[in-house]
Design a protein around this ligand. Structure first.
Ligand code: HMG
Ligand code: MG
Length: 290
């Protein structure tokens, strides 16, 4: 059966914007539950400033506790973050920039060009897996619409400097299938198997975008269990595409994911309890109601 690859980002993208401190043990339990549901590629945290993202300030405590059986990754914004990651033996790193300078400046305090120069040095030293995120691929919350060529202008150098894959982020969840199509056309000269789509579901368009991307031949997607998520530096960034919605959609479309939807639907319940709110991912709610 045709296989969809899921990179689960709830421990990182899902939690980074939450103000309630989540204990390291609870994060670890979430990661264990995600593994038990069949997710193997999990982005667990970020090597960023704890002043900027306090929720993920425990990455150095969390990393050594990770159980066997997963391919774990973490965000790395700069040389300092890379050194911290290296000291813990992190094999899979994800650097992150954007198609727009305005967002990159607010997110990592650099221009896009400065970020690329830093990543070139980091990639030159890193022997493990190298992911690069490009955010705001359809629209920037500060600078407005983003043309596909602006994305290409960032993706090309990232691939040239050795990125193993590029994750294209609709950071504020504005995109529609026509925009996925337009970006696909602009990226057609680049290797399709190195592209991952990272949709936020702020306006309920994420699954429509997944559907279009699958139709265009893409098979890799980032998603977050329970639809947890949002970026603190993107005004109006809602939850990520819920992994439950992605898994339901893929299975019903005849595609495999290796994920058990019933088990997955339970995975985030302790987190929601801690956050004091109910889950809202549609496919998760449907399973919980059965
Ligand atoms: P800076 O330019 O050094 O800023 O930070 P600063 O001068 O305010 O420094 C803050 C403090 O952090 C300083 O310490 C630095 O030394 C230190 P102090 O001297 O005040 O004691 N510092 C660090 N500490 C730990 N780890 C580091 C590090 N670097 C400096 N790596 C930095 C630059 C990038 C660190 C900062 O801007 C930052 O942490 N930003 C947060 C970025 C972030 O995590 N954003 C959210 C993730 S991106 C996202 O969500 C989008 C995505 O999901 C895709 C999509 O949806 O599109 C990936
Ligand atoms: Mg995101």
């Amino acid at each position: 059966m045709d296989q969809i690859r899921i990179v689960e980002v709830s421990p990182r993208d899902g939690l980074q914007n939450e103000k309630t401190p989540i204990p390291t043990d609870t994060k670890l339990s979430l990661i264990q539950a995600l593994l038990a549901a069949g997710l193997t590629e999990i982005e667990v945290s970020s090597f960023v400033s704890p002043k900027w993202v306090p929720q993920l300030g425990d990455v150095s405590e969390l990393w050594p506790l990770l159980p066997p059986g997963g391919l774990f990754s973490a965000l790395v914004p700069n040389e300092r973050g890379f050194e911290n990651a290296q000291s813990l033996g992190v094999d899979r790193i994800a650097v992150f920039t954007a198609a727009s300078d305005a967002f990159t400046q607010r997110n990592i305090n650099m221009t896009v060009a400065e970020s690329l120069a830093g990543f070139r040095d980091i990639f030159g030293q890193h022997r493990g897996f190298k992911r690069a995120y490009v955010s705001t691929v359809f629209e920037c919350p500060y600078a407005g619409r983003v043309e596909p060529q602006m994305v290409v202008d960032v993706v090309e150098p990232l691939l040239a400097m050795g990125a193993d894959e590029i994750s294209l982020g609709d950071t504020i969840g504005v995109g529609t299938p026509n925009e996925v199509q337009a970006l696909h056309v602009a990226l057609q000269h680049l290797p399709q198997d190195k592209i991952v789509w990272h949709f936020h579901d702020t306006r309920g368009t994420a699954i429509a975008n997944v559907s279009k991307a699958i139709e265009l031949g893409y098979r890799s997607f980032d998603s977050s269990a329970g639809g947890l998520g949002g970026c603190p530096y993107a005004k109006g960034a809602g939850g990520n595409l819920a992994t439950e919605d992605l898994v339901y959609f893929a299975h019903r479309q005849g595609l495999s994911t290796g994920v058990d939807l019933a088990v997955l639907s339970q995975a985030t319940l302790p987190i929601f309890e801690l956050l004091g709110r109910a889950p809202s991912a549609k496919a998760q709610l449907a399973v919980l109601a059965e």
